[in-house]
Write a protein that binds this ligand. Structure first.
Ligand code: NAD
Ligand code: UDP
Length: 335
């Protein structure tokens, strides 16, 4: 089976390409490299031990996408391509709607023309807004507080409308919680440009001396130790969730949503402790005021994915931290 990965050169897409190849699928990447580096392809090929087909281009180029779908005889698409920085989305809403929403419309248009109607979409736990209860299940009310989150909501709704219009479409929205860590080879991983916005890449850069200390955004939340709690999931577990999704998709027409998380929340201090114990590195930190828009706690109900996809996250916090550290050490060596 040939699977098109839009945004496949990025963090989650590259790990999913590895998982697909080891399960016998053929991944084909379409990426415009606006947030990834072409060198990832050579590193991917080293892991997979096979050439990886990659087309450089934008998902908004509908005729190019249609050509790729036809020429590579694509069976299903996993749509990772998009912009993902919450803060930036508030400053640049047009860019976010153009890339994420318009990009998806273009992809769907091309898929319809090429008669490829199987789609797995990268959604996010951000569509749940400020949690009204925990753990968050798929029935939790949806809301958005920024352009990034609203772009994901718009896309989910668009896919639902499309599924209702034509029973040939099979579509799944996977709502990722907080992917962290890296492939065990240490050759691929999250590679943010500039100062990282997210906790784990920040900790990883403090550990290798690239940044002096972590600023913890608030220690007065109603959580186990006052710091924010999130559901961190190993990126390889997340990648394998896409394999489970593809196999579910083949038997289930229509539209569905699934949480991909571990079901377990960890605080910032617990993440620092896990990182220190699994790597031996020391993470200097200081407390600073809360970050605007942050929520206290967020973690997934994972029963639906367990029951319907026969998938659950397996890897530990220590494995997430150790693999992320290994990748950062490698990445730091060629900066
Ligand atoms: P990433 O930025 O590492 O990867 C996205 C890739 O898409 C990049 O390689 C980028 O160059 C490419 N891209 C962007 N716009 C494109 C376009 N118009 N045409 C072609 N390629 C384009 O991000 P990621 O962390 O791998 O995230 C993948 C998807 O998962 C995104 O849709 C993101 O919103 C979603 N998601 C990510 C997280 C997370 O914490 N990483 C959490 C929830 C959801
Ligand atoms: N966080 C922090 N310092 C940072 C980055 C994040 O204290 O430099 C905290 C943040 O307040 C939240 C948790 O770490 O409680 C996870 O933040 P991240 O941005 O990684 O994920 P998100 O908040 O988007 O789920």
């Amino acid at each position: 089976m040939n699977i098109l990965l839009t945004g496949g050169a990025g963090y989650i897409g590259s790990h999913t390409a590895v998982a697909l190849a080891s399960a016998g699928y053929t991944p084909i990447i379409l990426d415009n490299f606006c947030n990834s580096d072409k060198s990832v392809l050579k590193r991917l090929e080293k892991i997979i031990q096979k050439p990886v087909a990659c087309v450089e281009g934008d998902v908004r180029n509908t005729s190019l996408v249609e050509k790729v779908l036809r020429e590579h005889e694509i069976n299903a698409v996993i749509h990772f391509a998009g912009l993902k920085a919450v803060g930036e989305s508030v400053q640049k809403p047009i860019e976010y709607y153009a890339n994420n929403v318009q990009g998806t419309i273009s992809l769907l248009d091309a898929m319809r023309s090429a008669n490829v109607k199987n789609l797995v979409f990268s959604s996010s736990a951000t569509v749940y807004g400020d949690p009204q209860y925990l753990p968050i299940d798929e029935h939790h009310p949806l809301s958005a507080t920024n352009a990034y989150g609203r772009s994901k909501l718009h896309i989910e709704e668009m896919l639902k409308d499309l599924a209702a219009s034509d029973p040939a479409w099979k579509m799944m929205c996977l709502r990722y919680f907080n992917p962290v860590g890296a492939h065990q080879s240490g050759l691929i991983g999250e590679d943010p440009s500039g100062i990282p916005n997210n906790l784990m890449p920040f900790i990883q850069q403090v550990a290798v001396g690239k940044l002096p200390k972590l600023k913890i955004f608030g220690n007065d939340y109603d959580t186990i130790d006052g710091t924010g709690v999130r559901d961190y999931i190993h990126v390889m577990d997340l990648a394998e969730g896409h394999l489970a999704a593809l196999s579910h998709l083949s038997k289930n027409p229509g539209w569905s949503t699934f949480n991909l998380g571990t079901g377990k929340g960890s605080s910032v201090l617990e993440m620092i402790a896990a990182f220190e114990s699994s790597t031996g590195a020391k993470i200097a930190f200081e407390y600073v005021p809360r970050r605007a828009g942050d929520i206290a706690s967020c973690y997934a109900a994972v029963d639906k994915a367990q029951a319907a996809l026969s998938w659950s996250a397996k890897r530990t916090l220590e494995e997430m931290c150790a693999s992320g550290h290994q990748w950062q050490n490698y990445r730091h060596s060629f900066v």
